[in-house]
Design a protein around this ligand. Structure first.
Ligand code: 218
Length: 188
């Protein structure tokens, strides 16, 4: 494939992954800030396949799709920038583990591959929910139950959502990586 067509095919893949992550953002629909982000699954898998540059691009598109689809919870401009640009773009950071992850897979070290994928997932989810925690602390404090500090409220809400996201992500890895490892391997 020519390098131009190769790049185009990666960009098409990027857009499809962002759209799929956005579709998954609609479930579950009980609009609670505690719920996990299922879109993190395709986004992180893709980042491990294509690396951080395209991962961050896919994350950014996922965040921007919230604006087009009217799914933005708006409190202020800086809150929206933190939660829908910085936070979603951060999901692509998993791509920094793409190289060691793919090397381990190529050598058929599935356990090691699972560890690198999980480290990538931890980095992505931790940074994303750190942004949500910061926004929660700065902007969502008035929603805290009576007697609870904005700090504890944001830590509880975003810590739970981040942890649940990570649990689903790692469970998915444990199923997909040993059985469908070839999905991730790309020629350069
Ligand atoms: C305490 C608290 N409540 C709500 C939010 C807003 N928040 C949390 C997680 C994820 C997202 C992005 C859309 O899914 C948003 C806007 C918060 N940060 N903190």
């Amino acid at each position: 494939m020519s390098s131009k067509r190769f790049r185009l095919s990666i960009l098409v893949e990027t857009a499809l992954v962002a759209a799929f992550a956005m579709a998954l953002s609609y479930i579950p629909d009980f609009a609670s800030w505690f719920s996990p982000s299922f879109g993190a699954i395709p986004l992180v898998l893709f980042s491990l396949r294509r690396g951080p540059k395209y991962g961050i691009l896919a994350g950014t598109i996922w965040g921007l799709l919230h604006f087009i689809l009217g799914k933005v919870w708006y409190l202020s401009v800086s809150q929206v920038v933190i939660e829908y640009l910085f936070a979603f773009a951060s999901m692509g950071l998993a791509g920094f583990f793409a190289a060691p992850f793919q090397k381990a897979l190529r050598q058929e070290h599935k356990g090691r591959a699972l560890i690198y994928a999980s480290l990538g997932g931890c980095l992505a989810v931790f940074v994303r929910y750190f942004w949500h925690f910061l926004a929660g602390l700065l902007f969502w404090g008035s929603y805290a139950p009576k007697g609870m500090s904005p700090y504890m409220y944001s830590l509880t809400v975003n810590g739970t959502a981040g942890l649940l996201t990570l649990v689903f992500l790692i469970l998915t890895f444990a199923i997909i990586i040993p059985t469908q490892g070839k999905l991730f391997l790309v020629r350069h």
